[in-house]
Ligand binder design. Structure first.
Ligand code: F6P
Length: 332
């Protein structure tokens, strides 16, 4: 882990990048106010790495983060910058930071954000601490990411609603939830929402077995069935699986619908859990910078603040709890 207690930071930049997540604003607020408590100057970098490249900067004070704690989205805006993937783009970003006198960074985002941060640090050595912000919860180095709890609750609320209508019509619903590479939302909302089956990228999905299980749930019974599909499942999303089921004569008698929850999971006011997590992490990121850490991510593991080198965050895969898969099978 990189740490050099000798350096002095006076002016930090804060940005949110990649997919937004509920609680990012709470994290920005906490980082800004914690930095002010150290007498630092704070600059907001709008639209993540793209704003860094374009010099889209805004001075921040305690008041500029008033009344944002409870809001979804991100007041600093977010973007996925292709330009930052180039050496030239990163050089422009570094030059803008230098001109603005920014000598430390707090980055809030997911896997791509921290990967970018790590490359940027290796090339330009601006001290940087990351905060895990993604609804996917797929970052190594923290038990939960900012936004995950809110997204999970949104997904469960929607499953409950779909269960009502599914039950009224004795229908099979395939509900697709977010998780491009991971099944944390799917697995946990599946348990919390009482899904009959959960399909996630961490576990190979056998189509014949899926069909067998659905049929055994539904055949000869007047009841609904809910299958939660992570968007990243290797069989494809809910629409592809639905096409496969519809093409099978054994499913001719089953009334099947697809519901893709999509970006509804990204918006909304953060839960209490996300607000507290984001507030802890934003403050811990500033503490870490002031202690001389760089190129690390703050996290919470077993209730304690931890620091993980950025390269481990995107270099290692956070594992899913396989006991939860067993539990889903047991409870359906
Ligand atoms: O934030 C991560 C994520 O939610 C993924 O699960 C999903 O695939 C992706 O964002 C979609 O984001 P966008 O529509 O912004 O590209």
């Amino acid at each position: 882990m990189t740490s050099s207690p000798a350096h002095a930071i006076r002016r930090i930049g804060i940005y949110t990048s990649g997919g937004d997540a509920p609680g990012m604003n709470a994290c920005v607020r906490s980082a800004v106010r914690s930095a002010l408590a150290y007498d630092l100057e704070v600059v907001g970098i709008r639209r993540g790495y793209q704003g860094m490249i374009e010099g889209d900067l805004v001075e921040m004070d305690a008041k500029s983060v008033s009344n944002i704690l409870q809001k979804g989205g991100t007041v600093l805006k977010s973007a996925r910058s292709t330009e930052f993937r180039t050496v030239e783009g990163r050089a422009r970003a570094a030059e803008n930071l230098r001109k603005a006198g920014i000598d430390g960074l707090v980055a809030i985002g997911g896997d791509g954000t921290l990967r970018g941060a790590s490359v940027f640090y290796d090339e330009h050595q601006v001290p940087l601490v990351g905060c895990p912000g993604t609804i996917d919860n797929d970052l190594f180095g923290t038990d939960e990411t900012i936004g995950y709890d809110t997204a999970l609750n949104t997904a469960i609320e929607n499953i409950d609603r779909i269960r009502d209508t599914a039950d009224a019509h004795d229908r099979l619903f395939l509900i697709e939830v977010m998780g491009r590479d991971s099944g944390f939302i799917a697995l946990n909302c599946g348990i919390g929402g009482g899904a009959e089956l959960v399909l996630i990228p961490e576990q190979l999905t056998d189509m014949d077995e899926v069909k067998r299980q659905i049929l055994s749930q539904m055949t000869g019974q007047t009841r609904s069935s809910i299958v939660v599909v992570a968007e990243g499942d290797e069989l494809g999303g809910a629409s592809i699986i639905s096409d496969a089921l519809r093409g099978d004569p054994a499913f001719a008698h089953i009334d099947l619908r697809v519901c893709i929850l999509g970006h509804t999971q990204r918006g909304g006011s953060p839960t209490a859990r996300d607000r507290v997590l984001a507030s802890r992490l934003g403050s811990a990121a500033v503490d870490a910078l002031m202690e001389g850490h760089a190129n690390v991510m703050v996290g919470v593991v077993d209730g304690e603040i931890t620091l993980t080198p950025s390269r481990n965050v995107w270099g290692r895969k956070k594992s899913i709890d396989y006991d939860l898969i067993k539990l889903t099978n047991l409870l359906r």
